[in-house]
Design a protein around this ligand. Sequence first.
Ligand SMILES: C[S@@+](CC[C@H](N)C(=O)[O-])C[C@H]1O[C@@H](n2cnc3c(N)ncnc32)[C@H](O)[C@@H]1O
Length: 473
Amino acid sequence: MLSRKRRREEPPSIHPRNRYAENPPDFAQLASLYPSFEPFVFFSRSGRPTIDWKDFNATRELTRVLLLHDHAVNWWIPDGQLCPTVPNRSNYIHWINDLLSSELIPATHGSDHRIKGFDIGTGANCIYPLLGASLLGWSFVGSDVTEVALEWATKNVESNPHLLELIKIRNANDPFSLGGFTSSRRDITNESNPDLCIEENTQPLCQDLKEPSALDPPVLVGVVKDGESFDFCMCNPPFFESFEEANLNPRTSCGGTAEEMVCPGGEKAFITRIIEDSVVLKRSFRWFSTMVGKKANLKFLISKLREVGVSVVKTTEFVQGQTARWGLAWSFIPPSKDFISSNTPMRSQISFTLEGLKRQCGAFQVLKSMESFFLDKGISCKIDLSSFSMTVTLSEVQVNIAPKNGLELLKAGENQPSKSQCVFCVSLLEQIPGTLLVRWSSSAKDRPAVSGGFNSFFNQLEEYLRKEFSLKA
Ligand SMILES: C[S@@+](CC[C@H](N)C(=O)[O-])C[C@H]1O[C@@H](n2cnc3c(N)ncnc32)[C@H](O)[C@@H]1O
């Protein structure tokens, strides 16, 4: 999983509902409780108990005891398989929970409905289903294509009888489903537990798909069964194009075989496949989501999502020690109108100043950061270097869902022209060296169209730039 070193001074915090946000794992306590973990723990130079993050056995044992101690989950993986870190993986689960509970996309079921997720590439570790089921009682289908992943994911479910009913492991690698003509369904009942099925695939949903090439593994289409519906899908994709690329991080050893980490075209190709499949299965999922390892890919993927006409895109940044990863989620379901609120009229101009900018951080760098801010939110923008300004264009849908506090919605004003985009301009004016005025104005035509939610959107931009350039509020 390729990841970039964090550039910002303040990393995004671990999700507030992550149990490790306030209480990071106590290695000394775990060592005293679990003798098998004890040999891996030593004291760092600063006197804190730690483990050797480059030692696969140490990281695997840590994951095992954390899952057991904090989640009552029995777990193991064979040597060399990708070893997940529990606090990091929990962040993705909590973010999905935020999306589901935001009601941004209306729930299609009653409140007593059990949340059902699809984990694309669950791995031998089966970490997301195990966490989602044990933390939140969700049910899951976890798919994979390798024998070892299917065998060990199954074992990991079997070792937890209390989760048996919630997690099904599905073999996506049935070549007969690829052509779109199979109508057979075969469940391989697990010998030791008849309740646990490895399901071989199944009736494809769409018969008139393009013929997939040998390089196109089935991801969702042909794996999701006719008539099935899910609240969400999630994926920690094979990030790399080659195994050499996968071995670039010498600071940790979480294992990972070529099958787990590498696919032709890397994450960009794999996630593009998920996006293409999501178009076909747009009605079968409330939310689609994936993890993204490279920020450059995030921009590409967001523009791809815009092309295919999604109604909502959400992104987040996951804390991953010294490295950054992103969460990308989308839906085709129109955002809930009931959830739209806020009627404050927008001021025609709002502004703030950035003071104390270092010499090397001029208007150009600020413009580039603003561009990242908007593109990350899936909003189109264009820099005009001659006037140090930027034109930002929101689609009608984006006008209606401009984020207020991450997941809140913005109401289009009463005079919103129903089929128009909203265009506004953000300009930078140097007041004195090191101080820039950032001014946001909307054209007279569009001004009445937007509401007070934009003010808070602009506040988010201000906060983002202050963090980027380490400036005081
Ligand atoms: C990076 S690993 C993620 C494993 C686990 N979810 C985690 O987060 O540690 C990617 C997984 O995707 C699986 N995979 C690759 N192509 C797939 C496909 N077309 N359908 C399902 N799984 C696939 C690999 O075998 C591997 O187990």
